[in-house]
Design a protein around this ligand. Sequence first.
Ligand code: OXK
Ligand code: ADP
Ligand code: TPW
Ligand code: MG
Length: 581
Amino acid sequence: MPSILEIKPETDAVSETPVLIDGFHLFLNALKLNDIDTIFGLPGIPITDLLRMAQAEGMRVISFRHEQHAGNAAAAAGFLSAKPGICMTVSAPGFLNGLTALANATTNCFPMILISGSSEREIVDLQQGDYEEMDQLAIAKPLCKAAFRVLRAQDIGVGIARAIRAAVSGRPGGVYLDLPAKLFSQTLPLDAGLNSLIKVVDPAPSQLPGPDSVARALNLLKNAKRPLILLGKGAAYARADADIRALVEKTGIPYLPMSMAKGLLPDTHELSAAATRSFVLQEADVVLVIGARLNWLLSHGKGKTWGQEKGPKKFIQIDIAPTEIDSNVAIDAPLVGDIGSCVSALLTGIGGDWAKPSADWTGAIAERKAKNFGKMAATLAARPTPMSFQSALSVVKEIVKDNPEAIVVSEGANTLDFARSIVDMYLPRKRLDVGTWGIMGIGMGFAVAGAVVTGQQVIAIEGDSAFGFSGMEVETLCRYHLPVCIVVFNNNGIYKGTDQNTSGGNDLAPTVFVKNARYEMMMQAFGGVGVYVTTTDELHTAMVEAIASGKPTLINAAIDETAGTESGRITNLNPAKALKK
Ligand code: OXK
Ligand code: ADP
Ligand code: TPW
Ligand code: MG
């Protein structure tokens, strides 16, 4: 094996200026040229030296314990920075471990690039049994937005440029870049090599909506009696925060945030209709959808949730992907373009003579909100023993209110669902969760990215099952000294801890875990802070200390094991429930 010094760019003996540049350095220079300064990954053949060299070149390399979490970190970094997050893995098994994150990023419309080393094409294609042999490009293709392979050093610049553009332009998503091991040791004359690199100009160009489509949308909105604005994570990603707020406030139209759009306007805003979600979805007559798909999370835009029996609704939909329009229901006024340009065009068209929605509509919403706030306040104030989801979350709610800059990561079933409605968000892009797939396992990867990309405190609200998917990454949190406070909502299992095996056998039911597991010891094992709490006072003290110290902390919060519901608020999606109907 050559040492790292031997594979640095070759230098002229007399002048000491490099005359040749190798694939490793072409690759790193291409990333740096495009302002990419962080790599999330896991070393091994053929990328170990590459990661060392990246560090030597001044890049941040965050090394994980499993590629899925490195990939999730890259995806969250993409969402948080609007630059593609980079995940690097080894061949076949490492690549496959990263693939779930790549597919999830694509599903969530987060920009990331999974870059995997691969084996020799000549051997792979003849299936001669190379080390970690796999046709990675073919496998990645259907799971991401675009996939490329670079075979020649002179194409590294183009490969990186195409990957960046594919990830962030139009609808953002995951991109796969295949780099065979042999590429890294190829060399080019220094000047030619550097000249082959591309700095991507305007990677995510604005896409303006046509004036006729803006007029159509405004006309519909103006004639609405019970208008509603629906904000999705695309609206959060678009960074049109001020214009979106202006649109809501100028028009006086109530809005409903999807989970990752929470905080785009503060959840305490008087026009938020989040606390009366069912009512506004049923009653609205015109809905302006901004950066959200009418998928399962929105009951496909139809049926009882949407009060279909009360007559058809009109939809205006802003999306950058033209093929999203009419995907589930007819869209009366499509606005295809980037959200910044579309919202700004609407604002311009609204003018000074806008008539705000009637007091009938806003008053009915306000009345229901007040009622639901009252009910919620009573539940949050109760102090049962053991803690309920709600009593424990009332503490988290206060802590987030006091630390609005903190990034909140959330996963689980009941833990996720209660946290979504209880914990208010105050600023845009502060909430990261299970997203479009409802996927478990994003927790620690997203937490690492939150801390690394923003430098802010992270608060991870984790079901005990959800935490287990990425739990080993607490070592990563400790190794990089990241300010992450994890609260494990420990109800001894998936959904609850009291399920019974009805077969008469000795095994526990499939949803049940070891009782009173001491998850906090996992954090202690690596030098972080671990605390076990059974009361809201203890939870409050532990969270305050975690945030004051900035130390990686795991708070194992004992929650009533009887309290959860199967699948939280989406019980209706279980097939056996349909059987019983
Ligand atoms: C909301 N609500 C409130 C408040 N906020 N009441 C009082 N105060 C406040 N602040 C009310 C709101 O009006 C709703 O009541 C209810 O609380 C729930 O609100 P919300 O917004 O959470 O709505 P809902 O119905 O749960 O939303 C649907 C959804 C959401 C599909 C968008 O459930 C979601 O994002 N789910 C993701 C689930 C998921 O991915 N789980 C993964 C694991 S489960 P009403 O009366 O107005 O309706 C899984 O995969 O397998 O088991 C598995
Ligand atoms: P949610 O889960 O919050 O409902 P989705 O992920 O379903 O949101 O929808 C996000 C939508 O936003 C996608 O259809 C995507 O094409 C769109 N989108 C993302 N970024 C932009 C942007 N800058 N401009 C316009 N649309 C965007
Ligand atoms: C990759 C299915 C959805 S929610 C969940 C599982 C296993 C765990 C719920 O238990 P938890 O939360 O986290 O303890 P709580 O508060 O209800 O007790 N595998 C993947 N994704 C999903 N969604 C699942 C399995 C699932
Ligand atoms: Mg649980």
